[in-house]
Design a protein around this ligand. Structure first.
Ligand code: NAP
Length: 292
């Protein structure tokens, strides 16, 4: 029940209508019986600064940040975490000592299944990452945090790929990072212990597409991990092809859940959350309820 004491959380974005965050966070809040609500706030880019001041004025406890504000919000915050600084994007903001503080929980979300279910020594391992957009930045930082010996990023646009590489120059990550044109994909696949798709290729409704062909995937090592950031469909063609090769498949749903869990822990200042309830709420909302 919403009362005069209900505390506010939310997500800012434009558009924000399709955000899955309210579903997952409100399910957790209800399960915990807390006097909070998590709302979508559609904020146009030109209104970002005034909106942030407004959110402070109405005592919002914290909020998620989605497209197109993840970079633009940085100069409007009093402080950002080293992780958000490294990625160059903020997805979680919290009120601390009357100031907005930003961080990025996408890394935590991405590495979560690699640190738990599939945990191993990554120090001799090679990660191959397809795409060089926003999500790829969290994946690169996550692979570095896990200790991967080599991190290879493959992109289709030479200019953007070059900018991507330059953006890491002042970071220790640069020592482990190499970028490649898409033509190098076939050569890199056999070297991959972890192959990550951060492109939108294969995302609903283009469910028959894959960034890697069956022929290219045939050279993936048995026992390698294929990780698709896409969560609809489940599995994507990319993951189907990889599984046919004997690879382990991880879809993007757990990343989505775990980046939300990490954010809610910050806002509520609590270590334990009903993660199963959050995951189940998302699965139900996405129509994945009765599937494996
Ligand atoms: P983004 O910033 O737009 O980056 C997309 C990247 O994919 C860019 O490097 C782009 O290349 C590349 N790309 C797009 N179409 C391509 C094609 N046909 N061939 C080759 N490369 C192509 O998007 P993003 O925010 O990183 O998101 C990427 C994907 O990750 C989306 O599917 C998103 O839903 C998913 N995601 C999932 C989670 C999760 O929690 N599971 C979190 C974040 C993102 P150019 O630079 O050349 O355009």
């Amino acid at each position: 029940m919403i009362t005069g004491t209900t505390k506010l959380l939310g997500v800012i974005g434009h558009p924000v209508e399709h955000s899955l965050s309210p579903v997952m966070h409100n399910a957790a809040i209800a399960q915990l019986g807390l006097d909070y609500i998590y709302l979508p706030f559609p904020i146009k880019p030109e209104n970002l600064e005034v909106a942030i001041a407004g959110l402070a004025a109405i005592d919002v406890v914290g909020f998620s940040v989605t497209i197109p504000h993840k970079q633009a919000i940085i100069p409007l915050l009093a402080e950002i975490s080293p992780i958000a600084q490294a990625i160059g994007a903020v997805n979680t903001v919290t009120r601390h000592n009357n100031q907005w503080v930003g961080t990025n929980t996408d890394i935590e979300g991405f590495i979560s299944p690699l640190q738990t279910t599939y945990q191993q020594d990554w120090s001799q391992k090679t990660a191959v990452i397809l795409g060089n957009g926003g999500a790829a930045r969290a994946v690169v930082a996550g692979c570095y945090q896990l200790g991967f010996a080599e991190i290879h990023v493959i992109g289709r646009n030479p200019q953007r790929l070059k900018e991507f590489q330059h953006s890491w120059e002042s970071s220790p990550i640069a020592d482990n990072l190499q970028v490649h044109p898409w033509d190098n994909l076939a050569k890199l696949i056999p070297e991959a212990n972890l192959l990550v798709n951060t492109t939108p290729i294969g995302m609903y409704p283009h469910v028959d597409e894959s960034p890697v062909s069956v022929e290219e995937m045939a050279n993936l090592q048995t026992g390698a991990i294929a990780y698709d950031l896409i969560y609809i469909p489940q599995p994507t063609k990319f993951l189907q092809y990889a599984q046919q090769q004997g690879a382990i498949a991880i879809d993007g749903l757990e990343m989505l859940v775990q980046q939300g869990v990490a954010a809610l822990k910050i806002w509520l200042q609590r270590e334990t959350l009903p993660v199963d309830v959050m995951r189940q709420a998302l699965r139900q909302h996405l129509g994945l309820e009765n599937r494996g």
